[in-house]
Write a protein that binds this ligand. Structure first.
Ligand code: C2O
Ligand code: CU
Length: 563
């Protein structure tokens, strides 16, 4: 319909009357049809109707109002409708640009900028076509365009739309948790490590990727000293999925300063949560984690019986980790595979050769998990699944994206066509433990132009803003908080809230009917709408971000704070 208007304008400028009329009528019909659709979608509760109604609709209406009557009057010189048709075309192109560049939510500033662009383009066309009475008119149009441009820019660039997050924090003492019973030292340094049969340059803890596996029994006090030898961009340790006191959370600029070369920092916390977790640097996390600054954290409920294997999947310099491993396991032995996705994208895992259950996700045991066969699981960036099975007499193998990474003997299986488990319908439900919600927040994940920094950038945004301009979410200790997370962008956003686990309520309007799911990492796919809730029981300032770490660095990060 845009091209209809623009084409009609061009044709009439060239005095091709039938063509101009044809294209313009088509464009008119398309615009009206679209208005009907959008109205219907808005009625049906479509999430993104607002911007269409606020910006695209008025511009389209103006386009029709200007171009329509002139067409109907069928003037002698078809050229006289050219500007009107072009105006309509510009108006709709502007609406499209707003949708692509700005995204959600629509704002007055952006609307004014769109109007400025349309007026300027119309005035220029007017001058170019050189009709005589157009001089004054085009000056007026240019004047209006300039005014809209200045006001719009002012509104868009103005700081303070979001209260700044206080990024400077006084160092807080680690919560007194008693004498450590497990002590570790992790030294971060540049290193050369083996990956996929090659030597690759990495950033490593204790010269290995992944870093040392940290294990403890539930209730122990863990103390980890991190030292930085030569990572110029600094390191910290964030305990992904572990709800430590805020001062131990390892977010530079929020809970501590980054540990620079020659410095160290000591973390201490009680291992109260059982299960599979991981740690990683949170300083320039996109680069740092990708280069290898991560490792596994496992807290056992009791002495380990049977076979207990961690499978931290990572892509290091384009090579898939871990290296494949085979070990014989006697028939009847219980096996637990702790699958961990430390990449920024989703991975698909398939266990062939034995029925299995998903015993836990993100460290939380599932309720009543049933036995699965020939079923794959999809783990979001940062997520963990524990698969358990009893070793049969025949071999079993775990495939990650089709590659065997762990096996008890030779297995050939084609797993690509297996269905993927939907955890929202797996296991046995129990009622939501809260009668009401004290606070609700909506996060709309999107892309958009960010004009607040030194250079404009095409950022990953939340509610139309990019870090550090996204309003923090303020809660009080004890609140039950409900988040609605909506993905308006064309890419997956693995969502991750620090310091808390969220209970999954629903996805795309369908309530979760399986085992209660308490997650710290979940994939919000394009078009998805998730409802999740948690109790605000861990005071502090917490990062809340996309765990595609490149997205987080490109703006998709905000904070949860306690008042
Ligand atoms: Cu695993 Cu803020 O991240
Ligand atoms: Cu993302």
């Amino acid at each position: 319909m845009r091209s209809g208007w623009l084409g009609g304008g061009a044709a009439s400028a060239a005095r091709r009357r039938p063509l101009a009329l044809g294209l313009a009528v088509l464009a008119l019909l398309a615009t009206l049809a679209r208005a009907v659709t959008i109205t219907a979608l808005a009625r049906a509760g479509w999430w993104f109707a607002a911007e269409k109604i606020l910006i695209a609709a008025p511009l389209s209406l103006a386009a029709v109002a200007v171009a329509g009557p002139r067409l109907l009057r069928a003037p002698g010189d078809i050229r006289s409708v050219a500007v009107a048709l072009l105006f309509a075309g510009y108006a709709q192109s502007a609406a499209l640009l707003v949708t692509l560049l700005h995204g959600y939510p629509a704002s007055a500033g952006v609307g004014l900028l769109a109007v400025a662009g349309v007026l300027a383009a119309t005035a220029v066309s007017w001058l170019a076509l050189g009709a005589r009475p157009s001089r004054t008119m085009s000056r007026v149009a240019l004047g209006l365009a300039a005014a809209a441009l200045v006001t719009g820019t002012g509104l868009v660039v103005a700081p303070g739309a979001a209260p700044g997050v206080p990024h400077a924090h006084a160092d807080r003492d680690a919560r007194t948790v008693g004498e450590p019973t497990r002590r570790f030292t992790l030294t971060a340094a540049t290193a050369t490590v083996r990956a996929g049969g090659r030597d690759v340059a990495a950033w490593a803890f204790n010269a290995q990727v992944p870093g040392p596996e940290l294990t403890a029994a539930v209730g122990e006090v863990i103390e980890v000293t991190v030292r930085n030898r030569d990572i110029d961009r600094g390191v910290t340790l964030h305990w992904h999925g572990y709800d430590v006191p805020n001062s131990q959370d390892g977010v530079p600029g929020v809970t501590q300063a980054a540990v620079l070369p020659g410095q160290e920092f000591v973390y201490r916390f009680r291992a109260d949560q059982v299960g599979t977790y991981w740690y990683h640097t949170h300083s320039v996390s996109d680069v740092g984690v990708r280069m290898g600054l991560y490792g596994v954290l496992v807290v056992h409920p009791a002495p380990v019986t049977g076979v207990d294997v961690t499978v931290p999947v990572h892509t290091l310099a384009g090579r898939a980790l871990p290296e494949p491993r085979t070990e014989a396991v006697g028939a009847g032995v219980p096996v637990r595979l702790r699958l961990i996705n430390t990449d920024s994208t989703t991975h698909r895992y398939a266990l062939a050769g034995a029925p299995f259950r998903v015993a836990a996700i993100d460290g939380s045991d599932l309720r009543g998990p049933t036995s699965l066969v020939d079923t794959a699981v999809q783990i979001p960036a940062g997520g963990r699944y524990d698969l358990v099975f009893t070793a049969p007499a025949t071999p079993v193998a775990l495939f990650v994206d089709g590659r065997a990474v762990y096996s008890t003997g030779p297995v050939s299986a084609v797993t690509a066509a297996w269905p993927v488990l939907d955890p929202l319908t797996y296991g046995v439900s129990s009622p939501v433990p809260w009668p009401r919600f004290d606070r609700r927040f909506t996060l709309v994940l999107d892309r958009g132009l960010d004009l607040h920094g030194l250079l404009p950038r095409y950022a990953h945004t939340v509610n139309g803003a990019a870090d550090p301009d996204i309003s923090p979410q303020v809660v009080r200790l004890g609140d039950v908080v409900r988040f609605t997370i909506v993905n308006r962008s064309p890419v997956v956003h693995p969502w991750h809230l620090h310091g808390h686990h969220v209970l999954i309520l629903s996805r795309n309007g369908r309530p979760a009917t399986g085992s209660p799911l308490r997650w710290d990492s979940f994939d919000v796919r394009p078009g998805d709408v998730w409802e999740v809730a948690f109790r605000a029981d861990n005071p502090g300032m917490w990062a809340n971000h996309c765990h595609n770490l490149a997205h987080a660095e490109a703006g998709m990060m905000l904070h949860l704070m306690y008042s």
